[in-house]
Design a protein around this ligand. Structure first.
Ligand SMILES: *Cc1c(COP(=O)(O)O)cnc(C)c1O
Length: 421
């Protein structure tokens, strides 16, 4: 059904990059990606998911519906039809699933009504009562709530480990450790993880490797090629791209695809057809928006380094940022989300800075066309290794506004922060 025009990436065997092949600070050709690879990805995004069944209309239309009528009793009893019931998929969801599967280099993809629902489905597909999970300490906050709440209630134990655990990682495995959950860069604090290295150790222990790859999308980090078995994307962010939908995707390799699909079917937490349609529109321009937001963000991150009000810029493409060496080795670029640590100031001054922005909106989520700023100290939960900084920490998302306008907005904010005009 799909128009498989171009493979988005040259397939790279899992584990092809041993973690110790390059020291973390060795130069590596991470950016820019080879022109041929970029061309292939852009062409694929543009032409994927076309079908004669859509009568020549370029983007698959919205299929709504629960009931699907069968031709005969025999067909119904044997489920003999391409689509059998709305919850089990329709041409709209199939189009996005197939396109994402190919982009991610996976065996299959499920769609859920939010990123968190995709994470929940993925974790429930690998864990059962009595099992143990290793979860990175810098995990997206609601995932920690899921682990410590629902999963614990169902008899699944969780240990949190620091994003760059070294030898402690192997020691954290127990006989009943069935899965490792990674997120790179870490939520809020932006640590890049040694995904191929951690995956290799996990696989040697027979554990499944799950990863939240939302920051990169498959375009900037090839999670499955790096050894990830189930890769999760909050489509709410860059795929939607307009802050007007919630969507989650989880793609799996062939070893984990059957159980992921089974669990999705059992839970029934699916995505709505309008959101899937909007996500397919976002898919076409994903590469363009991701790179443009990333380019602007890096320019602003570099500028912020020179500001006296800023103690540190946590941006994976900057050398000082934790795990930068892994980023350089494994990633094809950086997206538009990063954090900064300010020199200590009063809460009142910080509020004056944040409340007065003209362009930067204050609120959760990211990946849309508009820039955002979020104070994050109250959301920073770390249990494996304490967060060493005390200054106010802000998360910035850079959208598609003019860079000079954004710098001016930030400059004015720093003036309000310090009272120096
Ligand atoms: C937003 C986000 C999620 C959750 O996505 P929702 O659609 O809001 O449920 C998961 N992981 C990361 C890294 C996110 O930024």
């Amino acid at each position: 059904m799909l128009n498989a025009l171009a493979k988005p990436r040259p397939a790279q065997a899992a584990g092809a990059l041993p973690p110790d092949a390059l020291p973390p600070d060795a130069p590596a050709p991470a950016e820019p990606p080879p022109a041929s690879r970029r061309r292939a990805t852009q062409t694929f995004l543009t032409h994927a998911a076309r079908s004669k069944a859509f009568h020549g209309f370029v983007n698959p239309p919205i299929y709504r519906g629960s009931t699907v009528l069968f031709d005969s009793m025999d067909d119904l009893i044997h489920g003999r039809a391409e689509f059998t019931y709305g919850r089990k998929g329709n041409p709209s969801t199939q189009a996005l699933e197939s396109a994402w599967t190919e982009l991610a280099g996976a065996a299959g993809t499920i769609l859920c009504g939010s990123g968190l629902a995709a994470i929940t489905t993925a974790l429930l597909s690998v864990a059962r009562a009595g099992d143990h999970l290793l979860v990175v300490d810098t995990v997206y906050g609601p995932v920690r709530a899921l682990c410590d709440g629902l999963l614990e209630r169902f008899g699944v134990a969780v240990t949190y480990f620091p994003p760059d655990p070294g030898a402690a990682f192997e020691q954290a495995f127990r006989d009943n450790t069935v899965a490792v959950y990674l997120e790179s860069p870490g939520s809020l604090t932006m640590e890049i993880q040694d995904i191929p290295g951690l995956a290799r150790i996990a696989h040697a222990r027979g554990a499944c490797v799950l990863m939240d790859n939302t920051w990169s999308t498959p375009i900037l980090f090839d999670a499955h090629a790096a050894g990830v078995d189930i890769s999760i994307e909050a489509g709410t962010k860059y795929l939607g791209g307009a802050s007007d939908l919630l969507l989650g995707l989880a793609s799996a390799n062939s070893a984990y695809w059957p159980r992921l699909l089974d669990t999705h079917r059992m839970l029934g937490c699916i995505a709505g057809p309008e959101d899937v349609f909007l996500a397919l529109r976002g898919f076409r321009t994903l590469d363009l928006r991701l790179r443009e937001s990333g380019r602007r963000a890096l320019e602003i991150a570099q500028w912020l380094r020179s500001r006296p009000e800023v103690l540190a810029v946590l941006h994976p493409a900057l050398e000082q940022s934790p795990g930068h060496g892994y980023w350089k080795r494994d990633y094809h670029g950086a997206s538009g989300l990063f954090s900064i640590i300010l020199a200590p100031v009063s809460t009142q001054s910080l509020a004056q800075m944040l409340d007065g922005f003209r362009l930067f909106g204050m609120g959760y989520s990211w990946g849309g066309f508009e820039s955002l700023v979020t104070p994050i100290d109250h959301d920073l939960v770390r249990s494996a290794k304490p967060w060493p900084h005390s200054g106010p920490t802000l998360r910035l998302y850079i959208g598609l506004e003019d860079v000079e306008d954004l710098k001016q907005d930030l400059s004015d904010g720093f003036s309000r922060l310090t009272g120096k005009y």
